[in-house]
Design a protein around this ligand. Sequence first.
Ligand SMILES: NC(=O)c1ccc[n+]([C@@H]2O[C@H](COP(=O)([O-])OP(=O)(O)OC[C@H]3O[C@@H](n4cnc5c(N)ncnc54)[C@H](O)[C@@H]3O)[C@@H](O)[C@H]2O)c1
Length: 344
Amino acid sequence: MNILVTGGAGYIGSHVCIELLEAGHQVIIVDNFSNSHKEVLNRVQLITKKSVICHNVDICQTVELEKVFKKYEIDSVIHLAGYKSVPESIQNPLKYYINNLVATIQLVKLMEKYKVHHFVFSSSATVYGIPEQCPIPETANLKTVNPYGTTKLVIENFLYDFAQSNAHFSIVLLRYFNPVGAHESGLIGEDPLSVPNNLMPYITQVATGKRNYLSIYGNDYPTIDGTGVRDFIHVVDLAKGHVKALDNISGKYGWQVFNLGTGEGYSVLQLVTTFERVTGITIPYKMVDRRAGDVAICYADTTKAEKQLNWVAERGLEDMCRDAWRWQQNNPNGYTTINSKDKM
Ligand SMILES: NC(=O)c1ccc[n+]([C@@H]2O[C@H](COP(=O)([O-])OP(=O)(O)OC[C@H]3O[C@@H](n4cnc5c(N)ncnc54)[C@H](O)[C@@H]3O)[C@@H](O)[C@H]2O)c1
């Protein structure tokens, strides 16, 4: 099948593209590289030995995006493009509503016009807000606590309404928990363009000495060691979940939602100590105040994905740490340095 992958050059998108190519799909990436590097495309091709089509298009530019729909017979769309920083979304909600929400609506409009009826959307566990129960089932109440999360929730609601009104569409929402790690080749991984927002790239940058210490936000939560508990999921497992979602989408109509997590919660401190054990490197850290909007405990009930998608996360915390560290060691300055020195 021809799969249009928006944001396919990004951290999760690049891993999704590898799994799609390895499953025999043709991948057409649309990305404006606002948070990714073109070198990613070389790496994906190096790993899979398959070619990738990529268009440098901002999905907010409908005219440009339509050219891609005209050019290819697209069977399905996996929509990952968007902004993802919670603090930035609080400072600049307009930027997030336009790029995440308006762009998605325009994309779906083009899908309707070109009769592309299969849609997989990257949602997030942030739609659960402060969870009322753990593990969190897909049926839990939804209530967001920041503009980023709200854009995801509004898109979910829009897609629900759209699916109700359009009998030909099949829409799958994937609620990611905390993706970490990197491809085991060490060729692709998470490469934040500025100071990392996410925990794992921060840890690996402390491990290399690029940053002096890790700040852990809050050590007085009601958890095993006082630090927040999260459902860390290996990005390769997450990517494989997209292929399963696509397999499941064929011939089914309507709207479905799945949690993609491991179903297990580990504390921030447990992740740090696992990283130290796996790599032999001590991570200096400081306990600082809780961060507004952070929740104490958040992990998924993955029963639905197991039963209906036949998908389960297979990689553990040690794999996540080992692979993230391999990526960081092989690419100490991310994609850019290697791109300029050692073109593939
Ligand atoms: N990483 C996480 O922790 C996490 C958790 C839950 C959900 N998600 C969601 O998963 C998706 C992918 O996340 P990621 O971590 O890979 O982020 P990322 O920033 O690495 O990837 C997003 C990609 O989309 C591209 N992009 C952004 N706006 C675009 C636009 N207007 N037109 C074309 N391309 C555009 C960026 O250049 C980037 O390559 C996002 O929608 C994010 O909200 C991520």
